[in-house]
Design a protein around this ligand. Sequence first.
Ligand SMILES: [Zn+2]
Length: 406
Amino acid sequence: MGTDKRYDGYRSFDYLKATRDFREFDLLDGESLFEPYLVPLDSRGEKRVHELAQRLVMISLHEHPHLFPKRASEIPDYDSEARVSTAYEALADSWWDCVFDNFQDGACFITSKSGWKWEDVIYDMGMRLCDLAHQDFIIKAEKVEDIHRAHRDGRLALVCAQEGAAMIENELDRIEILYGIGLRVLGITYSESNALGTGLKETGDGGLTSFGRRAVARMNEVGIAIDCAHSSDQTTLDTVECSKHPIFLTHTGARGLWNIRRLASDDCIRAVAGKGGVIGIEAAPHTTVTANHPRHDIEGFMEHFEYVKDLVGIDHVAFGPDTLYGDHVGLHQVSAETLSIGDSHKPRDGSEAPEYERVDYVKGIENPTEGSKNILRWLVANDYSDDHIAKVLGGNILRVLDEVWQ
Ligand SMILES: [Zn+2]
């Protein structure tokens, strides 16, 4: 039921009055700043795509499905208000049945300009979840059955996720508090190191700390899935080894194709897959570039998908495009430091960063709606079987969640 969703017109914070109760921003709502693009198909392909979109459970392993200000210069003020609008209408037009929502991540600046504070994360999640509680199109997914229910009922399942665990500081019990609020995926680190382990931007690599090992055990016991997409190589390898369950790299690509720290090494991809885990392919601007596609677009993104599939098999790859409704390149510019954009785009081995063409947006996969349609269209255009499409668009993720969430 990815198409024809049951959306009733609710918009974020409809239960309050804008200006009187909160500061209003000029959000990118229903329009696109960029040229839309659809992967072309013949009439047989069109028919097959629509039949698959209806039948399959389609899951995005990593998004920020929010409305952003039209002007990127307003993003820091918008973020610090902690009143982020969920893109209900645009998501109703997407083919995703389930999105993993990663909230404001490193741009959560409510009491701090550096991000990842406990109070700020609670404020961000609490406010968004209050808004979600006032509507019935999006289901807050806390069990695997919630995802199947959303698919059956023409709704959208939203999984609460956080990209790094800096906010738990040295408090293991905060893992349970986050679970209680609804969190179901937690990253070990964001790009900088924290009490759990080393982040991907660091030049040294100490791997998972002893506190990190205790945190992994607690996440396993509580039933939170683990994400190492922003962790260092050694932290990822240590986490795979010490976790009782498979883990995710929710949004990454292959360093074997494009040599930057932000993407995963072959060793890490093999280790995660070897434990039964899943690697989600990333589409944030200037990440999944390749030598064949130095101008970032859906073709380069899919080249990373095929590389990972060829390396570890169709059962261990999925999509975590990491897109949003707004100016993603503009966001990277205004929050370059807290999102670690510069460091994460350098090679780990200290060599020169590879040359690529700067883009204003990623053609074909610019936001969650366009991405949901074009990923499926690309797979059909490239003759993937129904069985393989079902695995990479949801089945592989559900297999891991069935084990981790219990
Ligand atoms: Zn990220």
